[in-house]
Ligand binder design. Structure first.
Ligand code: CA
Length: 223
Protein backbone atom coordinates (compact mmCIF):
# COMPACT_ATOMS: atom_id res chain seq x y z
CA UNK A 1 0.00 0.00 0.00
CA UNK A 2 1.11 3.54 -0.64
CA UNK A 3 1.04 5.90 2.31
CA UNK A 4 1.60 9.64 2.28
CA UNK A 5 3.09 11.10 5.44
CA UNK A 6 2.68 14.86 5.78
CA UNK A 7 4.83 15.89 8.71
CA UNK A 8 7.56 18.45 9.24
CA UNK A 9 9.35 17.04 12.30
CA UNK A 10 12.22 15.02 10.95
CA UNK A 11 12.43 12.76 14.01
CA UNK A 12 8.83 11.66 13.60
CA UNK A 13 9.20 11.35 9.84
CA UNK A 14 12.14 9.00 10.29
CA UNK A 15 10.58 6.64 12.78
CA UNK A 16 7.17 6.53 11.12
CA UNK A 17 8.69 5.98 7.70
CA UNK A 18 10.87 3.18 9.01
CA UNK A 19 7.95 1.47 10.73
CA UNK A 20 5.62 1.72 7.73
CA UNK A 21 8.31 0.41 5.39
CA UNK A 22 8.94 -2.50 7.73
CA UNK A 23 5.25 -3.37 7.24
CA UNK A 24 5.81 -3.44 3.50
CA UNK A 25 4.29 -0.08 2.60
CA UNK A 26 5.62 2.44 0.16
CA UNK A 27 5.99 5.78 1.96
CA UNK A 28 5.92 9.25 0.40
CA UNK A 29 6.87 12.14 2.66
CA UNK A 30 5.92 15.76 2.45
CA UNK A 31 7.16 18.33 4.97
CA UNK A 32 4.86 21.13 3.91
CA UNK A 33 1.08 21.40 4.17
CA UNK A 34 0.42 22.91 0.80
CA UNK A 35 2.71 20.53 -1.03
CA UNK A 36 1.34 17.59 0.95
CA UNK A 37 -2.22 18.45 0.00
CA UNK A 38 -1.25 18.66 -3.66
CA UNK A 39 0.36 15.21 -3.48
CA UNK A 40 -2.62 13.72 -1.69
CA UNK A 41 -4.90 14.99 -4.42
CA UNK A 42 -2.74 14.19 -7.43
CA UNK A 43 -1.10 10.88 -6.55
CA UNK A 44 -2.70 7.51 -6.01
CA UNK A 45 -2.19 7.07 -2.27
CA UNK A 46 -4.11 4.58 -0.12
CA UNK A 47 -3.84 6.39 3.21
CA UNK A 48 -2.56 9.71 4.58
CA UNK A 49 -0.91 10.34 7.95
CA UNK A 50 -1.28 14.06 8.52
CA UNK A 51 0.27 16.29 11.16
CA UNK A 52 -1.72 19.21 12.50
CA UNK A 53 0.86 21.95 12.76
CA UNK A 54 2.61 22.33 9.44
CA UNK A 55 4.36 25.05 7.48
CA UNK A 56 2.60 26.12 4.29
CA UNK A 57 -0.90 25.10 5.30
CA UNK A 58 -2.34 23.91 8.60
CA UNK A 59 -3.25 20.25 8.90
CA UNK A 60 -6.97 20.81 9.36
CA UNK A 61 -7.06 22.96 6.20
CA UNK A 62 -5.16 20.28 4.31
CA UNK A 63 -7.69 17.75 5.58
CA UNK A 64 -10.61 19.84 4.34
CA UNK A 65 -8.99 20.07 0.93
CA UNK A 66 -8.48 16.29 0.79
CA UNK A 67 -12.03 15.60 1.97
CA UNK A 68 -13.57 17.83 -0.67
CA UNK A 69 -11.84 15.88 -3.44
CA UNK A 70 -11.43 12.40 -1.97
CA UNK A 71 -14.14 11.70 0.58
CA UNK A 72 -13.14 8.04 1.05
CA UNK A 73 -9.38 8.37 1.44
CA UNK A 74 -8.44 7.34 5.00
CA UNK A 75 -6.63 10.16 6.83
CA UNK A 76 -5.08 9.62 10.26
CA UNK A 77 -4.38 12.90 11.99
CA UNK A 78 -1.51 13.42 14.41
CA UNK A 79 -2.58 15.70 17.23
CA UNK A 80 -0.44 16.94 20.11
CA UNK A 81 -1.22 16.14 23.70
CA UNK A 82 -2.88 19.08 25.38
CA UNK A 83 -4.33 20.60 22.24
CA UNK A 84 -7.78 21.09 23.63
CA UNK A 85 -10.42 20.50 21.03
CA UNK A 86 -7.88 19.30 18.46
CA UNK A 87 -9.33 15.83 18.22
CA UNK A 88 -12.85 17.14 17.88
CA UNK A 89 -11.74 19.61 15.26
CA UNK A 90 -9.87 16.89 13.35
CA UNK A 91 -12.84 14.53 13.39
CA UNK A 92 -15.23 17.33 12.47
CA UNK A 93 -13.06 18.19 9.50
CA UNK A 94 -13.31 14.58 8.36
CA UNK A 95 -10.32 12.77 9.86
CA UNK A 96 -10.83 9.01 9.76
CA UNK A 97 -8.93 8.66 13.02
CA UNK A 98 -6.32 10.44 15.12
CA UNK A 99 -3.26 9.58 17.16
CA UNK A 100 -2.09 11.79 20.00
CA UNK A 101 1.60 12.69 20.18
CA UNK A 102 3.67 11.24 21.69
CA UNK A 103 2.45 7.97 20.26
CA UNK A 104 3.95 4.52 20.08
CA UNK A 105 4.68 3.19 16.66
CA UNK A 106 2.56 0.12 17.44
CA UNK A 107 -0.45 2.32 18.05
CA UNK A 108 -0.02 4.12 14.75
CA UNK A 109 0.55 0.87 12.86
CA UNK A 110 -2.57 -0.66 14.39
CA UNK A 111 -4.64 2.26 13.18
CA UNK A 112 -3.06 2.20 9.74
CA UNK A 113 -3.87 -1.50 9.47
CA UNK A 114 -7.44 -0.94 10.59
CA UNK A 115 -8.11 1.76 8.02
CA UNK A 116 -6.32 0.09 5.13
CA UNK A 117 -8.56 -2.91 5.45
CA UNK A 118 -10.68 -2.54 2.43
CA UNK A 119 -14.06 -4.06 1.89
CA UNK A 120 -12.81 -6.72 -0.51
CA UNK A 121 -15.41 -9.32 -1.26
CA UNK A 122 -18.74 -8.32 0.20
CA UNK A 123 -19.55 -10.97 2.78
CA UNK A 124 -22.40 -13.25 1.92
CA UNK A 125 -25.58 -12.14 3.62
CA UNK A 126 -27.48 -15.38 2.96
CA UNK A 127 -26.75 -18.98 3.74
CA UNK A 128 -28.62 -21.76 2.08
CA UNK A 129 -28.20 -25.52 2.50
CA UNK A 130 -30.18 -28.61 3.31
CA UNK A 131 -33.51 -26.89 2.63
CA UNK A 132 -32.69 -24.19 5.18
CA UNK A 133 -32.32 -20.54 4.20
CA UNK A 134 -30.85 -17.96 6.55
CA UNK A 135 -30.77 -14.21 6.00
CA UNK A 136 -27.88 -12.96 8.12
CA UNK A 137 -29.05 -9.35 8.03
CA UNK A 138 -32.71 -9.72 8.89
CA UNK A 139 -32.02 -12.95 10.84
CA UNK A 140 -34.96 -14.61 9.14
CA UNK A 141 -34.89 -18.37 8.81
CA UNK A 142 -36.90 -20.48 6.40
CA UNK A 143 -37.28 -24.23 6.18
CA UNK A 144 -38.51 -25.14 2.70
CA UNK A 145 -39.99 -21.65 2.30
CA UNK A 146 -41.74 -21.86 5.66
CA UNK A 147 -40.71 -19.19 8.17
CA UNK A 148 -39.19 -20.48 11.43
CA UNK A 149 -38.62 -18.40 14.56
CA UNK A 150 -35.39 -19.07 16.39
CA UNK A 151 -33.98 -17.62 19.59
CA UNK A 152 -30.69 -15.71 19.33
CA UNK A 153 -28.57 -18.67 20.45
CA UNK A 154 -30.43 -21.14 18.26
CA UNK A 155 -29.79 -18.80 15.34
CA UNK A 156 -26.07 -18.54 16.11
CA UNK A 157 -25.74 -22.29 16.46
CA UNK A 158 -27.50 -22.88 13.15
CA UNK A 159 -25.29 -20.32 11.38
CA UNK A 160 -22.20 -21.94 12.89
CA UNK A 161 -23.26 -25.33 11.53
CA UNK A 162 -24.09 -23.90 8.12
CA UNK A 163 -20.72 -22.19 7.88
CA UNK A 164 -18.98 -25.51 8.53
CA UNK A 165 -20.91 -27.95 6.35
CA UNK A 166 -19.94 -31.63 6.36
CA UNK A 167 -17.48 -31.04 9.15
CA UNK A 168 -17.62 -32.86 12.47
CA UNK A 169 -17.81 -30.22 15.18
CA UNK A 170 -17.04 -31.33 18.71
CA UNK A 171 -19.06 -30.17 21.66
CA UNK A 172 -16.02 -28.12 22.77
CA UNK A 173 -15.75 -26.43 19.36
CA UNK A 174 -19.41 -25.53 19.45
CA UNK A 175 -19.21 -24.25 23.02
CA UNK A 176 -16.28 -22.06 22.11
CA UNK A 177 -17.60 -20.94 18.72
CA UNK A 178 -21.18 -20.19 19.74
CA UNK A 179 -21.14 -19.64 23.49
CA UNK A 180 -17.61 -18.26 23.77
CA UNK A 181 -16.52 -20.79 26.38
CA UNK A 182 -12.85 -21.61 26.15
CA UNK A 183 -13.05 -24.10 28.95
CA UNK A 184 -15.30 -27.10 29.14
CA UNK A 185 -18.00 -26.48 31.66
CA UNK A 186 -20.11 -29.40 32.72
CA UNK A 187 -23.08 -28.46 30.67
CA UNK A 188 -25.38 -30.15 28.23
CA UNK A 189 -26.28 -26.86 26.58
CA UNK A 190 -25.06 -28.03 23.16
CA UNK A 191 -27.21 -31.16 23.27
CA UNK A 192 -30.20 -29.13 24.39
CA UNK A 193 -29.84 -26.54 21.61
CA UNK A 194 -29.23 -29.12 18.92
CA UNK A 195 -32.48 -30.65 20.12
CA UNK A 196 -34.26 -27.29 19.75
CA UNK A 197 -32.96 -26.86 16.20
CA UNK A 198 -34.02 -30.37 15.23
CA UNK A 199 -37.47 -29.80 16.61
CA UNK A 200 -38.01 -26.37 15.08
CA UNK A 201 -36.43 -27.01 11.69
CA UNK A 202 -37.18 -30.68 11.18
CA UNK A 203 -40.25 -31.95 9.37
CA UNK A 204 -41.61 -35.48 9.83
CA UNK A 205 -40.40 -36.57 6.43
CA UNK A 206 -37.41 -34.21 6.27
CA UNK A 207 -35.36 -34.13 9.47
CA UNK A 208 -32.87 -31.30 9.89
CA UNK A 209 -29.49 -32.51 8.56
CA UNK A 210 -27.63 -32.19 11.87
CA UNK A 211 -26.23 -35.66 12.50
CA UNK A 212 -24.91 -36.93 15.80
CA UNK A 213 -21.47 -38.44 15.32
CA UNK A 214 -20.99 -40.82 18.22
CA UNK A 215 -18.37 -39.67 20.73
CA UNK A 216 -17.14 -36.98 18.30
CA UNK A 217 -19.81 -34.30 18.00
CA UNK A 218 -22.24 -33.15 15.34
CA UNK A 219 -22.18 -32.65 11.63
CA UNK A 220 -24.35 -30.49 9.37
CA UNK A 221 -24.51 -32.79 6.40
CA UNK A 222 -25.07 -31.35 2.96
CA UNK A 223 -25.24 -33.69 0.01
CA1 CA B 1 4.41 19.74 12.97
Amino acid sequence: MRILLIEDESGIVEFVRKALRAEGHQVDVSCDGLEGERRALTSDVDLVVLDRLLPGREGVEVLRGIRAAKPDLPVIMLTALGEVGAKVEALDAGATDYVTKPFSVDELLARVRAHLRRPSQPEATRLSAGGIDVDLLSREVHRDDESVRLSAKEFELLVHFMRHPNQVLSREQLLSGVWGYDFEPQTNVVEVYVGYLRRKLGRPDRPVPIDTIRSAGYRFTVR
